[in-house]
Design a binder for this molecule. Structure first.
Ligand code: PEP
Length: 253
């Protein structure tokens, strides 16, 4: 069975002390993770080492960076490379979050470059895709997301994409309190798997974890995660609250 993942995206929130306290409060919930379940904490860069140390010795819990640069190294003041992230024990990197695409003009091509560098340094990308409201209203979300996937991922080999993690996050549902229905999430995530199968075959497509993101909370996680093509969630706001995120972890299949 492919991995079921509850990934917390803290974004630019929490002090180090508050983040450490939050992780402490979640240790009980993470202790219950089964072999094919994971909890991932995408924390601000400066906290990666601290949170990694807090999770030391615990099974199935990982840290993620929220971004990395699309160059290997060099004179790029203020940027953080995959090699730097690897050197401090980072496990995953969130690539192409809609906030990065929107505020930092990250194109599908740039994201392909970031993914290549992550893979070169043995970091696991969590590739985000998803449509804006006007695209959903025009009912063109499937072709829009298909294009994002083709332009950023289809250069990868079958070996590189096996066991990959994708997060489908409709922009109209992120931080808005407006969640996609479980049927909407299932429909497009099943379509994403068909797109992946068209290039890599069904077996590889079935190995790829596809998370849903967009106003996931304790009250809706179980219903959304119960869908056959939803393999957990990428969670923003609700991941900042211990009781909420603990319940979300416990909602994994
Ligand atoms: C996100 O940041 O990826 C996200 C889905 O945020 P929220 O859960 O707050 O909608």
């Amino acid at each position: 069975m492919r991995k079921q993942i509850a990934a917390a995206n803290w974004k630019m929130n929490l002090t180090l002390a508050k983040g450490e306290e939050l992780v402490d409060q979640l240790l009980d919930a993470t202790t219950g993770l089964t072999e094919n379940q994971e909890a991932v904490f995408a924390v601000p860069f400066p906290y990666l080492v601290n949170i990694k140390n807090k999770l030391a010795g615990k099974s199935n819990v990982f840290v993620a960076a929220q971004n990395c640069y699309n160059k290997v190294s060099g004179a790029y003041t203020g940027e953080v490379s995959a090699e730097i992230l690897k050197s401090i024990g980072t496990d995953y990197v969130v690539i192409g979050h809609s906030e990065r695409r929107e505020y930092f003009n990250e194109s599908n091509q740039m994201l392909a470059e970031k993914i290549n560098i992550c893979l070169e340094y043995k970091l696991k990308p969590i590739f985000c895709c998803g449509e804006a409201l006007e695209i959903r209203e025009a009912d063109t979300q499937n072709s829009y997301v298909e294009n994002q996937i083709k332009e950023s991922l289809f250069h990868l080999s079958a070996e590189q994409i096996t066991g990959f993690v994708i997060a489908y996050e409709p922009i109209w549902a992120i931080g808005t309190g407006k969640t996609a229905t479980s049927a909407q999430a299932q429909e497009i995530q099943a379509y994403i798997r068909v797109v992946l199968a068209s290039k890599y075959g069904k077996e590889i497509a079935d190995s790829i974890s596809i998370l849903y993101g967009g106003s996931v909370k304790a009250a809706n996680a179980k219903e959304i995660f119960s869908q056959p093509d939803v393999d957990g969630g990428l969670v923003g706001g609700a991941s900042l609250m211990a009781t909420e995120f603990a319940a979300i972890i416990k909602s994994l299949k």
